[in-house]
Design a protein around this ligand. Structure first.
Ligand code: HEC
Length: 95
């Protein structure tokens, strides 16, 4: 019984980790480990953007109101997240 409870707690913890928020690892291939690169030679250096501008960019890619020629690509990166997740994540990168 005790073992079952522990297993369920672990499973729940894992499930909420997976569901929670933006996974930066998915961005690194293009933007660099600390968002220090111009993604595909195109984007601004996100590490140098402000939290507020990053939030505008991420939510704008999602609703189509922001971006350059490659905005469709970024839409695919952020469309699955809620605005609240994108807001929260924007405070963890940039300056
Ligand atoms: C496949 C490559 C790729 C991945 C993966 C990717 N990006 Fe991007 N990102 C780009 C490109 C290219 C642009 C410029 C798009 C445009 O034309 O507006 C961009 C633009 C941005 C911008 C706005 C910068 C500007 O120029 O205004 C932000 C912020 C950003 N990405 C954050 C992220 C985050 C956060 C993730 C992960 C959830 C992510 N990106 C994943 C390629 C990528």
């Amino acid at each position: 019984m005790k073992k079952l409870v522990i297993t369920s707690v672990l499973a729940l913890a894992l499930a909420s980790t997976l569901a929670a928020g933006v996974v930066a690892g998915k961005c690194m291939g293009c933007h660099g480990k600390s968002f220090e690169k111009k993604a595909m030679g195109r984007s601004a250096i996100v590490a140098e953007m402000t939290h507020a501008n990053i939030a505008v960019a991420l939510k704008g890619y999602k609703d189509g109101s922001y971006g350059g020629p490659m905005k469709g690509l970024m839409k695919g990166q952020v469309a699955r997240y809620s605005d609240a997740d994108l807001d929260a994540f924007s405070h963890t990168i940039g300056k």
